[in-house]
Ligand binder design. Sequence first.
Ligand code: PLP
Length: 366
Amino acid sequence: MIRLNDVRVGEEQEQFVLAVLRSGNIAQGSFVETLEREFATRHGVAHAVAVSNGTLALVAALQALHIGPGAEVITSPFSFVATLSAILSVGATARFADIGRDFNIDPGRIESLINSRTRAIMPVHLYGQMAEMDSISAIARGAGLDIIEDAAQAVGARYRGRSAGSFGVGCFSFYATKNLSTGEGGMVTTNDETVADRLRLLRNHGMRRRYEYVMPGHNYRLTDTAAALGIPVLRQIDQLSEARRRNAMEILQRLRGVNGLLLPVVHPDRDHVFHQLTFRLTEEAGVSRDEFIESLHAQGVEAAVYYPAPLPTLECFDGDPRVCLDPIPQAMRAAREVVSLPVHQYLTPLDVDQIVESVHKVLAHE
Ligand SMILES: *Cc1c(COP(=O)(O)O)cnc(C)c1O
């Protein structure tokens, strides 16, 4: 079976982890510091603060910007649930601007949602392609709003030469299946010294020096063991992204013109890092999405739906007044039609052939 996610731990990672274990310092230490320093350099930002996971990266970013009860955050309705739960967990209210053809928040839908309570825009760089950041930055600047990037799927991605996480406060995830993985882990990036200071305090019990508490905080720390897994991957992240991009471009090229498949929009001015390779399956396909996925499985190709329902329609948020039911027809449609295929860096040319041929077969109803 060609899997959607293939997690492999290399020799260098083993060596780094072993060095941590032998050092006896297995909590946050020098490996976390190294990961932070190199992550900041790679993403062109002044500060990178490591945290326990991507969800807490979003929570810490909101807290560092003093966003809480009464504040509204405008985000994408088409994302992983953590985007919304982070907003709710600080007590803020979520508003949803519909998405565009690239699956990301449509800047043209943002302005009508802005009011006196709005504090931030939280674009999600879905599947590894960055949102339209020039327009979003202009809107934020004009209205005096903060930008929090949910860059959980976009480690190493760029928009017109500028890295994800450098347009506002950037939130990254190092979960097992993400492009850069430490098992669990996350990172917050910023160019603002004050925000970076608050992030470091929040992460460590609000403590500046031993038992000197300057604010109420939490424990959001990352371990050196986790950081050790991430450092060698970060050093190769551009080559890994390039391998994903090559696979994606080859598959897209060979599926062009197939009836029932709507290929994704890949903007030439953005370095898409293809966390996922996601298509739309339209009615012309002549098979349901479930049947399509099942037939691919039968041919040894794993496929899956990211994500089957827009965030504000999830039942667990029913009736929550802080989850606004803004109109999101494009997100509704995407949730019905999207399907993702394997694109990871370990695919062989034979795997790519098998993926392409399987899709052709299913849609030719052979
Ligand atoms: C993975 C992910 C998160 C959450 O990250 P965790 O490390 O799993 O907590 C948030 N937003 C998006 C878009 C994600 O894909």
